[in-house]
Design a protein around this ligand. Sequence first.
Ligand SMILES: [Ca+2]
Length: 181
Amino acid sequence: MRRVSRAIALVIVVVVAGGLSAAASGPNLVTNADFTQGVQGNGVPIGWGVSVPAHFTRSDSIFRTSPTSGRIEGGSQDRVNARQRLREISGGTAYHVSAWIFIDTVDPLFQVLFQVRWFDDANQPIQTDTIANLTVPNDGFSRHVSVLNAPALATAATVRFVTIGLAGGVFVDTVVFRTVQ
Ligand SMILES: [Ca+2]
């Protein structure tokens, strides 16, 4: 009898877990989300771009998921903007956005932003949402998550990491952007 109860309980757990999985499982819209696909000719990870040349590369020494992560080098620049353009965004839709971030620096004063900027069909920015606003280093990767509602007029977005006045580096990994269903 006890064995039967356990079997029933197990079935219930599996059904619930399956339901939760389906509820959050739109495809990830981010290309090269785990930084495993190599780099472009300029050294920037495939699928990604950066505002300051040579300040966004791939790291095979520190990562959240093996064997590589993305590394943004502040280099005491006023501002470095590492980003990926996402198309086929649906206005009014809820999106799960998350990333793992590790700020490796001894700087006393800096800012790292994890953001989504939304664009309309004329490619004009219409809204910027901040998922994380980080001003202290951390000992390892931490995950930052938000559910964002795309503005009604949004047809595209950029997922971006912005460093402001940072001398050290930021490692980013497992970047997810998908519909919440
Ligand atoms: Ca990785």
